[in-house]
Design a protein around this ligand. Structure first.
Ligand SMILES: Nc1ncnc2c1ncn2[C@@H]1O[C@H](COP(=O)(O)OP(=O)(O)OP(=O)(O)O)[C@@H](O)[C@H]1O
Length: 252
C-alpha cells in the first residue's frame, strides 16, 4: 500500500441549465500517508464523490495534481481499488470468482487465484460462501465481497464511497467493525467518503470536513485500536470528537 497526495486540486463542471461553469472543488490539498485511514465528510453536494472520482481517475481534474506513490494519476488504474455503495458484483460469477476477477485479468494462474480466494474470503468471514452466487447473499455479505474484491487486487490505495450506506443500521455497525479489523490486519491506505459523522470517527485516523468544495477542517482521531462499538458507544473521547465533527459539518 502506498501514499496518496492531492495538490491544489480543483474541478469545474459545466452547468447546462445556466450555461455557466460551476466550481465543485477548489484548491483541495491532502496527504494520506502509507497505511493511513482518512475519512471525508461534509454536507450533500460539498464535493465528496467528485474528489473520490477524480482520485479513481473516472472524472478528469480541472487543476492541481493527484499523486499515488509519487506517480501522477492520468486515468483509472489497478493501483486504486474502488468500493461503491452498490457493490456491482458480477451476478453470473460465484463469490470466489468475483474476488479473483482482478487477479485473473492480470494473468494470475488458477492455483494462485484459489489461494487468493481462500485468503480474502477468510479475511471477510465468507469462506463458507465461496461457491454461492451474489443473489444468494444478504446485502451485508455482498458488501463484504465488494470490499475484499477490491483488496484482492492489492491496490496502493483503497477508495470507498459510502460503501455501507444501503445496509440496515445493525449490519452497518458489523461491517464497520469488520473493516477496522481488516484495516488493522492489512493496513491498506484508505480514503473513505461518508455523510455519517460517527462512521467517519469510528473508522478513521483523521476526518477531513469539506465545505462547498474546499477543506474546512481536519480533525485527528487518536482513539485507541482495536475499536468496537460496544466500547466506543459510551466512550467520552468518541462522543467529544463526533460532536466536534458534527458541529463542523453543520457549519459547512
Ligand atoms: N457531472 C456533473 N455535472 C455538473 N455538476 C456536477 C456533476 N457532478 C457533480 N456535480 C455538482 O458538483 C457538486 C458536488 O457534487 P458531489 O456529488 O461531488 O457531492 P457530494 O458531496 O458527494 O454529495 P452527496 O453527499 O449528495 O453525494 C454538486 O453541486 C453537484 O451538483
Amino acid at each position: 500500500m502506498k501514499s496518496l497526495v492531492l495538490e491544489n486540486l480543483s474541478k469545474t463542471y459545466f452547468d447546462p441549465y445556466r450555461g455557466t461553469q460551476f466550481t465543485a472543488i477548489k484548491d483541495v490539498s491532502l496527504q494520506v500517508g502509507e497505511g493511513d485511514f482518512v475519512a471525508v465528510v461534509g454536507p450533500s453536494g460539498c464535493g465528496k464523490s467528485t474528489i473520490l472520482n477524480m482520485i479513481a481517475g473516472f472524472v478528469p481534474i480541472s487543476g492541481g495534481r493527484i499523486l499515488v506513490d509519487g506517480h501522477q494519476v492520468k486515468g483509472p488504474g489497478p493501483d486504486r481499488g474502488v468500493v461503491f455503495q452498490s457493490h456491482a458484483l458480477f451476478p453470473w460469477k460465484t463469490v470466489a470468482e468475483n474476488v479473483t476477477f482482478g487477479p485473473k485479468m492480470r494473468g494470475v494462474g488458477k492455483a494462485e487465484r484459489a489461494r487468493i480466494a481462500e485468503e480474502y474470503l477468510a479475511l471477510a468471514g465468507l469462506s463458507h460462501a465461496a461457491e454461492r452466487y451474489p443473489n444468494e447473499l444478504s446485502g451485508g455479505m455482498q458488501q463484504r465481497v465488494g470490499v475484499v474484491r477490491a483488496l484482492a487486487n492489492n491496490p496502493d490505495v483503497l477508495l470507498m464511497d459510502e460503501p455501507f450506506a444501503s445496509v440496515d443500521a445493525q449490519t452497518r455497525m458489523t461491517l464497520q467493525e469488520e473493516l477496522t479489523r481488516i484495516w488493522e490486519e492489512r493496513r491498506p491506505t484508505v480514503v473513505f467518503i461518508t455523510h455519517d459523522v460517527s462512521e467517519a470517527v469510528f473508522l478513521a485516523n483523521r476526518v477531513v470536513v469539506l465545505s462547498k468544495g474546499h477543506v474546512l477542517a481536519e480533525v485527528a482521531v487518536p482513539l485507541a485500536r482495536p475499536r468496537s462499538w460496544t466500547r466506543l458507544v459510551e466512550d467520552d473521547g468518541f462522543k467529544a470528537l463526533s460532536n466536534q465533527v458534527l458541529q463542523l459539518v453543520r457549519s459547512a
